[in-house]
Design a protein around this ligand. Structure first.
Ligand code: SF4
Length: 445
């Protein structure tokens, strides 16, 4: 939890020596409380005070690192219950499950399909970033072989799931140096699994049948020397899991140390639609790692979209650079469309222009990252701002016509734009999805 200035001040030497560049220790403490200066800037702080401050300012939820290098996934260090209070910081890892009972060809095929679960959305790539291998066979050799294939074929960090600590040891050995998340599904094996995790420097996922038992297991595993732990409340079904995960998050933010770790959640059941609902819900509240069986693109995309949206900073609009963009092989007769620089608006328009196969210019007007109607309502997308962007873009040197297509929702701006710019204004469709039909059937230079 964040410390107050006075709590920090109590630990400082209080000599006001100014060696930190500030006039007093109190000024230093106040700056440190607002994270404008770090403790290292005071050369006189004692080791005891340093330890006390570091322990007290430790994030309520431990950072957990799964995988290495490009496959590395960092989760935890969250500080809020509600995203709007600040933001959520570290995107949940999303893992698709593979069973070690599959034969070699089926296993490789599923791993390759997982590696293809990548999408482009609002200019950013979103993807499944973990692979989970489940020891359904109960056999250590099969698990070790399966994790090796899954790791090689996907290039992703692994979550290794087994009821036996000894089998996790064999899998950790097969993935030596790759820092998998070891998950022990049998609570009675948790302490043996803690030794495996410690010996292999891996994070450990634990589960228990109740929150009380989970707290006890977490303390035992931490006492065994495992610093990076993931918690599974062991519940089944959406309602019970949501309640348990919310309770854990609340308690962790109140510095209840046994729950001071990120959580792992599993979707269940055979209904893929319900699994999608579970996946999106758990990502929103408060899974650090989500494990699911769904593998079709239409199934996994909603979960990845939820993750992208939940982890965006709510205080910063998602914006693209306000400028003129060419989509396709444009020429002097190409249409010119205007929209705002809100990412979702811009990329919706760009995507529909692309799919129309009619090369076009798309002008993104600076509306501070707000959508068409919001920007219009707040007077950021008006005849003046559009005309200014149009003239500044230099488009008039590149095309032979003077026709501007505006979004149908702001048809009311057409007369003003025509007066200010001297361009003819064409009223485009209200929704971006209408653009291909409009460009193919109605556009004429
Ligand atoms: Fe106080 Fe340390 Fe700054 Fe000196 S260097 S004024 S002791 S905070």
């Amino acid at each position: 939890m964040a410390l107050t200035g006075l709590e920090i001040y109590k630990q400082l030497p209080k000599t006001n020596c100014k060696d930190c560049g500030l006039p007093t220790c109190l000024a230093f403490a106040m700056k440190m409380a607002t994270k404008q200066i770090s403790l290292d800037a005071c050369p006189h702080v004692t080791d005891e005070a340093k330890a006390a401050l570091e322990s007290a300012s430790r994030p309520p939820i431990q950072l957990v690192v799964i995988g290495t290098d490009e496959a590395e996934v960092k989760i935890g260090n969250e500080t809020q219950l509600y995203r709007h209070e600040e933001r959520f910081h570290r995107q949940a890892g999303v893992a698709v499950r593979i069973s070690d009972t599959l034969d070699d060809a089926a296993l490789a095929q599923r791993a390759e399909a997982i590696a293809r679960l990548k999408f482009e959305r609002v200019g950013t790539q979103i993807a499944v970033n973990l692979v989970a291998v489940c020891n359904e066979s109960g056999d250590a050799g099969k698990l070790a072989k399966a994790v090796t294939t899954a790791s090689e074929k996907t290039g992703l960090a692994c979550v290794v799931i087994s009821a036996k600590a000894a089998n996790l040891a064999k899998a950790a050995d097969a993935l030596s140096g790759k820092r998998p998340l070891l998950y022990i599904s049998d609570p009675t094996e948790a302490e043996a699994a803690a030794k495996v995790a410690k010996d292999n420097s891996c994070p450990l996922g634990i589960r228990a049948e109740s929150l009380e038992a989970l707290a006890e297991t977490s303390e035992k595993v931490a006492a065994a020397g495992v610093e990076e732990i993931m918690l599974d409340p062991g519940t089944e079904g959406l309602k019970a899991t949501l309640e348990a995960m919310t309770t854990i998050r609340r308690l962790s933010l109140k510095n209840f140390r046994p729950f001071g770790y990120p959580m792992i959640a599993f979707t269940g059941g055979s209904d893929p639609n319900l699994q999608i609902v579970e996946a999106s819900t758990y990502i929103a509240k408060y899974a650090g790692v989500l494990v699911t069986d769904v593998i079709e693109k239409w199934q996994i995309l909603p979960a990845l979209t939820t993750r992208q949206d939940i982890y965006i900073d709510p205080q910063k609009p998602v914006a693209v650079e306000p400028k003129l963009n060419s989509v396709g092989e444009v020429n002097g007769d190409s249409p010119v469309l205007v929209t705002t620089n809100f990412s979702l608006s811009y990329f919706s328009v760009e995507g529909e222009v692309e799919s129309s196969r009619v090369p076009a210019y798309v002008l993104a007007v600076d509306t501070e990252g707000t959508s068409v109607l919001t920007a219009w309502a707040s007077d950021k997308f008006n005849s003046e701002t559009i005309t200014k962007a149009l003239k500044a873009s230099g488009i008039e040197d590149s095309i032979s016509h003077r026709k501007l297509i505006i979004p149908g929702f702001v048809a009311v701006l057409s007369a003003g734009i025509e007066d200010e710019s001297g361009w003819e204004v064409l009223i485009g469709p209200k929704e971006a999805s209408g653009i291909p039909n409009y460009l193919k059937k109605q556009w004429k230079a």
